[in-house]
Ligand binder design. Structure first.
Ligand code: B12
Length: 503
């Protein structure tokens, strides 16, 4: 195999008789006044690349965002793009000639950029089959397929479906308007959307191909800070890892349990092997992206032990739930023991999902609501700060749920007051997020039914619908004021400079 690394990505050339597949991360954009500017190595697409390479395909991986992360290009709508310009992307694409082009579409707020990229791909490769996958493509599949530039969507997990689809194309069994592969939606010759049945989720990830480390260790991902702010130590390489995907809860505002099903992933043996390979490649720091790392706390702590064994500093980005510290679900295990273990194993920071001070908002969203036990929350935050581990508190403002529950301004202020209190108790930084309707969720269906004319596909830093007597613009502006009120001046200066978390 010939591996060709270039500034925008990596190509794996194996056999000219095999299919050539392009995997593409779009450029992204943000609203500088309101939003953070963040992106990192896309693990889902990277794992798909590794599967394709293991199955003998020629694979080109291009990241149009991280290839030019510091290049800012103002857009006509007031946003600023970070990533390649249209012409730069065209020029990179023009060097290749794939039969299939897969674009990752994770974030609904970035749907416009994904479409712009699909359009460029269509112009450069008029004959290629253009396929999107990821959380947004899955949740908004019918809308995404309305584009002339998208032929198919791989729904949910792409690890088996996408390589199977590529093989089927190679064998002439699938083409632009037809496939029998499970988990795929496409437009038939008459332009009608056909939704094949779901493909069952993999029971575990132990049989997946080894990661192609040329992707996560590509120089473009070696940034001075990571998606969760400054990194410790500053030197050395960091890499993102995932241990498990999915979630055991069914919150109405979240897509994860629909996108990835219930919790599953690697076993400890396989996880250790991947850590060993990263260590040998010079990695000194790991970012764990699991959404539900604490689904099984003893297992998570065993992962932490492995990271310690290989002397990795680490940071948990996907989020540790406050309710799991409050009630670990393991007889005799206390939040103190958990925090002690995190510190002892080299974890220097974690995102602490606290969400809300309003029990009703959490209950109505089918989210565990013991988070609202304020005194216990404060104890936990104090202990984390005492142990020197940085907990970044995450809160959600502006719930409006099916069944008539809507947060008032006072309700939102109650959550902001909790955030303030917990910041004083020792949170390293606070992220106040606005409740956002994500296509594919129950919340999206509900809010779309009452606001059919609003585009709800915003980030959690920009409000999309009126709530609690505030217009979207008012809530978005208030959020900025609340962020400044809760966080220290020092934190806010870092956040404004870095457009990332303020630490
Ligand atoms: C890491 C992460 C981030 C990182 C960036 C990651 C990156 N790649 O650049 C950071 C912290 C920056 C981030 C930011 C945000 N995030 Co985020 N993030 C995640 C997180 C925790 C992990 C992603 C991951 O690695 N998953 C594991 C891999 C294996 O799964 P996957 O990426 O989904 O890929 C699989 C499938 O989707 C599919 N697939 C994916 N791509 C493709 C492409 C093709 C061609 C095919 C065939 C298949 C396919 O196959 C893959 C393998 O099975 C997820 C939650 C989660 N657990 O997924 C949220 C998540 C993706 N984020 C989310 C959101 C909302 C945001 C923000 C908008 C939050 C905000 N600040 O307001 C921002 C947007 C950033 C932006 N650029 O605009 C939502 C997206 C929902 C949506 N439809 O919008 C998620 C799902 C969380 C949630 N619970 O709702 N995020």
């Amino acid at each position: 195999m010939r591996i060709e690394s270039f500034s925008e990505g990596v190509a794996f050339w194996q056999d000219s008789n095999r299919l050539t597949v392009l995997l593409l991360v779009p450029f992204y954009s943000f609203w500088p006044r309101y939003e953070t500017k963040r992106a990192g190595c896309p693990i889902g697409l990277e794992l798909i690349a590794s599967e394709l390479v293991a199955q003998g395909f020629n694979v080109i991986f291009i990241d149009a965002c991280m290839a030019a992360y510091e290049q800012l290009t103002p857009q006509p709508d007031g946003t600023v793009r970070y990533g390649l310009t249209d012409d730069q992307l065209r020029n990179v694409l023009a060097r290749f000639n794939p039969v299939v082009a897969g674009i990752t579409s994770l974030f609904s707020n970035q749907h416009g950029n994904v479409e712009a990229v699909a359009q460029i791909v269509r112009q450069v490769y008029p004959k290629a089959i253009i396929i999107e996958g990821g959380g947004h493509a899955t949740g908004d599949v019918n809308e995404v397929l309305k584009s002339q530039n998208v032929d198919m969507v791989v729904r949910k997990e792409g690890l088996v479906t996408f390589p199977a689809l590529c093989l089927s194309v190679e064998q002439g069994k699938s083409w632009r308007n037809l496939t029998d592969e499970l988990g795929v939606s496409f437009k038939n010759e008459a332009g009608r959307i056909v939704e094949n049945l779901d493909r069952p989720f993999l029971p575990n990830f132990d049989g997946l191909a080894e990661r192609k480390l040329e992707i996560p260790l590509h120089p473009m991902y070696n940034t001075p800070e990571h998606t969760g702010g400054s990194r410790f130590p500053k030197e050395g390489r960091f890499a993102t890892m995932i241990f498990r995907v999915g979630c055991g809860f069914s919150c109405t505002f979240c897509l994860i349990w629909k996108l990835a099903g219930r919790v599953r992933g690697y076993g400890l043996v396989r996880f250790r092997q991947e850590v060993v390979r990263l260590k040998a490649a010079g990695v000194t720091q790991i970012i764990i992206e699991d959404d539900m790392f604490f689904d099984d706390i003893p297992l998570a702590l065993a992962v932490a032990e492995i990271l310690k064994e290989y002397d990795m500093a680490w940071f948990e980005e996907g989020g540790l739930s406050m309710f799991k510290f409050m009630n670990p679900g393991v007889p005799g295990l206390t939040y103190k023991q958990i925090l002690d273990k995190l510190v002892e194993t080299g974890c220097y920071r974690f995102y602490l999902a606290i969400e809300s001070a309003n029990k009703q908002s959490l209950k109505k969203s089918h989210k565990p609501h013991i988070n609202t036990e304020v005194d216990l929350a404060e104890e936990i935050v104090r202990y984390a700060a005492y142990k020197g581990i940085q907990a970044v508190g995450g809160f959600m403002l502006g719930f409006k749920t099916d069944g008539g529950h809507e947060e008032s301004l006072e309700d939102m202020e109650t959550t902001v007051a909790l955030a303030y209190r917990l910041k004083l108790a020792g949170l390293a930084y606070v992220m106040l997020f606005i409740v956002t309707a994500i296509p594919g969720t129950e919340l999206y269906r509900y809010l779309k039914s009452i606001f059919p004319h609003l585009d709800l596909r915003t980030s959690h830093e920009r409000s999309a619908f009126p709530v609690g007597g505030l217009t979207p613009t008012e809530l978005t502006e208030r959020r900025l004021q609340w962020m400044a009120y809760v966080n220290s001046k020092g934190c806010m200066e870092i956040a404004q400079r870095s457009k990332n978390w303020g630490l």
